[in-house]
Design a binder for this molecule. Sequence first.
Ligand SMILES: [Zn+2]
Length: 343
Amino acid sequence: MPLLGRGDPNLAGKHRTSQPLPAASNRVELSFMSRAEEYRTNAMSEVSSVGRSAGMRSIMRAGQDVQPVCGNVTCRNSWTFPWKSRTRPIFEERWACSSRCLLAMVEAAIAREAGDGRRDGVEIQHQHRVPLGLVMLANGWITHPQLQRALEAQKSEGIGRIGDWLVSECGLESEVVTRGLSVQWGCPMLTTEGFSPQAMAMALPKIFIEKFGILPLRLAGTKILYVGFEDHLDASSAFAVEQMSGLRTESGIVVADRFIEARERLLGCQFARMTECKVADRDTMVKAIATVIEQRQTVASRLVRLRQFYWLRAWTGGGRYLRGGNLPARAQDAADYLFTVGT
Ligand SMILES: [Zn+2]
């Protein structure tokens, strides 16, 4: 499989945006990318249809501003206690007119996130992979005796990844292992060049880095966020970051020692304030999330699920919020809430 240019992030970006993928190469890569494109298309059409219907329901008279319309699709505009503010709180780009409507909007968002089985489909798709050793053997990067030796060492010690054993037992360069991983996962190799830890700490809660091994690396232009992984690709966490930020994520494998070094630097940065909340059931979560949004009078907020975590991010007006694609400029501009249901 040709690897020329795989280390160049810009090239990877061009493939995704302007050119059809090469017909040959890797089947897993193709199906993964087309799924990801499908999600984006769906998400984008959802947003634009919401925008259109809100526009149609707006009341405009000569000489008057457009009145904001409540984001609750079943709003009757006749509740007894509507809020006075017409600009806050905002949840997922839409204003809520009252506590009752905010609850309905949050409930709909949770149902959407909870019922989204498509992301799990991506995970299942990624469970069957050619073992790394065989990928490397097939590409001629290791010999059969080398693989045998690494496998035996792994077996007798009972621990360790095959890639690490190939490095320690057979003297292989760790970059060759990374190249093997990028073929195995059908993704590019990424460098840590241009890595800006403090800016990247704004992309997600710290716990996701620790739990899922995702490492935001850098912004390319204004719309692409490169995220790295050490020895596997976690499409779910990359997708969650993409949904929350509105930035398109491009995932790749980073050479192990660079990954570890960058991760340490990132973990030492200041993250948005995070609150973890365990709730008994979904109804309690709906109320808790609506309460946060109402009390904080968010200028923007969004809900995304990543496995068991319902991640609410609340922007409260200190900093600039760019609709459709940005990271908070400072840790104090946003607050994260992670909800989990059950024990
Ligand atoms: Zn309403």
